[in-house]
Design a protein around this ligand. Sequence first.
Ligand SMILES: *[C@@H]1O[C@H](CO)[C@@H](O)[C@H](O)[C@H]1NC(C)=O
Length: 394
Amino acid sequence: MGNQRSPLLLALVSVLLYSSVVLADPVTYNVVSLGAKADGETDSTQAFLAAWTKACASENAATIYVPAGRFYLRQVAFNGPCSSNAISISIDGTLVAPSDYGVLGDSDNWLGFSHVDGVTLSGGILDGQGTGLWACKSSGKGNCPSGATTLEFSNSKNIVVSGLTSQNSQMFHIVVNGCENVKMQDIKVTADGNSPNTDGIHVQLSSGVTILDSKIGTGDDCISIGPGATNLWIENVACGPGHGISIGSLGKESNEAGVQNVTVTTATFTGTQNGVRIKSWGRASNGFARNILFQHAVMMNVQNPILIDQNYCPDNKGCPGQVSGVKISDVTYQDIHGSSATEVAVKFDCSSENPCSGIRLENVKLTYQNQVAEASCTHAAGTTSGFVQPTGCL
Ligand SMILES: *[C@@H]1O[C@H](CO)[C@@H](O)[C@H](O)[C@H]1NC(C)=O
């Protein structure tokens, strides 16, 4: 072979190699090609599981595509670990849960991802069909299952969820449990303001979770933050109806991981039960909440705009006469204004055993019926700066 020809051959070989790599990547699995039916009735669980099994086993990046239409699914467990650490699930359609709550029964979740690394979920509507279960719970008859979370990520990392709508969940809408590096953006949650236990997004035992640009209206907390949540960032969230953004309930267990380094910035609360809240059970625990920043919040007719409640004890069961062991410290409220629906707009009801410390109020202005609202403090210490109204009781 002549010396002049080899560069050409080399170039040809490189082009061939390059294009084969490009063509092999990424693989797309369309759930309809695997047997799913977009009629809202046919059980498509097996087709979704088949798509997941293939994507999970892929050596390269893989995409699962869900086209427009309604897909009925029973419980789907998207389990890892996977060979691929770049699985993208792209949804144009609606996933529909069984309306008969007996089908999911006491399953923890309807759509559950566990032990996965590198999953991106984008678009789509998740319809939890929760109204039947809510009616059962509200009837007070008992014998209702607790219900399933719509979407859960557990023991996973490097997760992105964007452009997703969750509606009418049976229990919590989205749960992040035992995860690292999770980003959620443009999430929409809708459920009736009276629907029981339908928290929007719940985060616990997880680090590096970010929730951005989301709109949450539901019957319980818009966002609830449980034990072991650290380095959590929440920005640009609209909440209402709902119970606000809540750290807690903490301290249910005597031995419990603490909550640390949580930022809530730029949030609006419309007609909610609470604005920004920290809540703990009135019972012994080694839990804590510290280095918390609530910043740039607007309250519109919120019942308890700023609240620390360390005496949670529903029905006086399991804690009568006890005080919370949870230590709350270094909590800053900065640039929070708007209207309270009750006279007491700022309430710090802390533990007599572990008083709240390092509470800082900075540029807070909350009104009640266009008048200055009130503040109430029990076992709370800290400072105020800038313009603060109601004037602190710290
Ligand atoms: C606090 O959390 C943020 C993410 O929300 C992170 O960027 C920052 O490094 C954390 N700070 C500390 C001291 O860990």
